[in-house]
Design a protein around this ligand. Structure first.
Ligand code: PMP
Length: 394
């Protein structure tokens, strides 16, 4: 059959990460590629217990359809958590549960983007957000970004001349892919600009709870006086990604629109997943669990930074993330990270070349390192291998 696909399909490409992840399923491969949490930290025994309780006490409810908005006790917990950690003022009504925060990105495209609209993003930015928004026919303007976040004067210049700017998409905490965290001033300046130009801000925050050092900074939302900031969150990195439960939080007027498009997408999130997470939060101490994750990732971050400092040749720079799952490496301009990957894959080491994190292309001399998924000895072994390849190429 000669399928007559929608025009948007010509814009979409298979994600490079998904392709690399197929290789990394082989056990012998040391993978710095996906953003996978450490699977040994999943609370399997506790989940068995909550599954048993939910099914035996409320089985018929757990296996039934539920509301599009989601299970109220879980939405109440999320609102309270955000208010205490992020200085927001949400109630359950401000929260819509989504299948991962990835679905919230897709729904955001559906709610806000007409063909030709512009999404402003950090440069580089999260690859799967690019794919989600791109499907709605938008264009991307990458805002020059340094270690503290988007550069406000550059953002203003772009907003001034970009009539169709619809969304500013940012990841202020331990960004994917760079691991960088925005300064307080930059957060405030971004929200001021967004309020002035009346552009929606999508504050994507999957990693904020995974801070290894320093103080948690106020969210962008905490500076918002007009309701322009919408917040995305997820249980993927603090609990388990397999449940696929995340959320979007914002003003009721916007959340109502998200509810309409979610009804068209999948009616609602998996009922039993929502109830099991709520039961886990009722019976167990999630803070203790998150502390355990932080402890393990902190050590992996430390050994990663130490090894890169000792082994990487001169001319290679990298970020030293204070939390999250990723570090970002810049190679000398003439080195293409895809060439480095090709050699590393033959030696059973994988990472993601950085080029595809730039929606408009460029910067092929960069790469992303995930440090959460491999034990410390394999992190050292894998980075030494990358360093060896780099030494040869440089
Ligand atoms: N946003 C960012 C910045 C991410 O890194 C990820 C996952 N890697 C997501 C959203 C989506 O996560 P999930 O759908 O599992 O919540």
């Amino acid at each position: 059959m000669d399928f007559k696909f929608a025009k948007r399909m010509s814009q979409l490409r298979a994600s490079e990460i998904r392709e690399i992840l197929k290789v990394t399923e082989r056990l012998e491969v040391i993978s710095f590629a996906g953003g996978l949490p450490a699977p040994e930290l999943f609370p399997v025994e506790e989940i068995k217990e909550v599954n048993r309780i939910v099914l035996s006490e409320e089985g018929s409810k757990a296996l039934q359809y539920t509301t599009t908005e989601g299970y109220t006790p879980l939405r109440e917990w999320i609102a309270k958590r955000m208010n205490s950690k992020l200085r927001t003022q949400f109630a359950a009504d401000n929260i819509l549960l989504t299948h991962g925060s990835q679905q919230a990105l897709d729904l955001s495209g559906k709610v806000f983007l007409d063909e030709g609209d512009v999404v402003l993003c950090e440069s580089p930015t999260y690859l799967a957000a690019i794919s989600a928004f791109r499907a709605y026919g938008c264009e991307f303007v990458e805002v020059p970004t340094d270690d503290d976040g988007m550069i406000p004067s550059e953002l203003e210049k772009i907003l001034e001349k970009t009539e169709r700017a619809k969304i500013i998409y940012v990841i202020p905490e331990f960004q994917n892919p760079t691991g960088r965290t925005w300064s307080l001033e930059r957060r405030e300046q971004l929200v001021k600009a967004a309020m002035k130009y009346e552009v929606v801000v999508i504050e994507d925050n999957p990693y904020g709870e995974l801070r290894f050092e320093g103080e948690t900074l106020p969210s962008l939302k905490s500076f918002d006086k007009t309701g322009c900031v919408l917040c995305l969150g997820t249980f993927s990195k603090t609990f388990c990604p397999g449940y696929r439960i995340g959320w979007i939080a914002g003003e009721k007027g916007a959340i109502e629109k998200y509810v309409l498009v979610k009804q068209g997408a999948d009616l609602q999130c998996n009922t039993i997943a929502q109830m099991e997470i709520a039961k886990y939060l009722e019976l167990y101490d999630i803070d203790k669990h998150i502390e355990k994750i932080r402890e393990v990732y902190r050590k992996r971050r430390d050994i990663m930074v130490k090894t890169m400092e000792e082994e990487f040749p001169e001319g290679v720079t990298f970020t030293r993330p204070k939390g999250g799952l990723f570090a970002w490496v810049e190679l000398p301009a003439h080195i293409n990270a895809r060439d480095v990957l090709e050699i590393c894959l033959k030696k059973n080491v994988a990472f993601v070349p950085g080029g595809s994190f730039f929606p408009n292309g460029g910067k092929e001399n960069t790469l992303r390192i995930n440090f959460s998924n491999m034990p410390e000895d394999r992190i050292v072994e894998g980075l030494k291998c990358i360093a060896g390849v780099l030494r040869e190429l440089i």
